[in-house]
Design a protein around this ligand. Sequence first.
Ligand SMILES: [Zn+2]
Length: 129
Amino acid sequence: MFPLNTRGAQASESPLTTVVAAGSAALPTLLKLAAVMEKGGQDLRSVEQLPVEIALGPEFVFRPIFACPVSRDMSTPDNPPLALPCGHVLAEQSVAKLLKNRSRAFKCPYCPMECRQESLRPVTFPGID
Ligand SMILES: [Zn+2]
């Protein structure tokens, strides 16, 4: 019924299925909240942000992933994403292959910009261990 999130990464179901499942999980709490707010003369539909956080469970906790556009590998602590000065992001191992046989500089595979090894920046995604 609910999307399985066994790998702790992406939703294994479609985004629509995930949203419907999350709404179904949150509905009992939302109905209670609406009833409490109605007694206080407020309308849940008129608030921009819920006054309480509704925990949906670990199956709805996702973290961003990065797949290198060159190698198609997912980033790992051993192969982290690196931002080039042009803003394109590649996995470290792909950068290493581009740097091979070159003296600390290479051309971005996606735009004409020349990239130097010292101008690479690590990319961190919030929520990744
Ligand atoms: Zn680029």
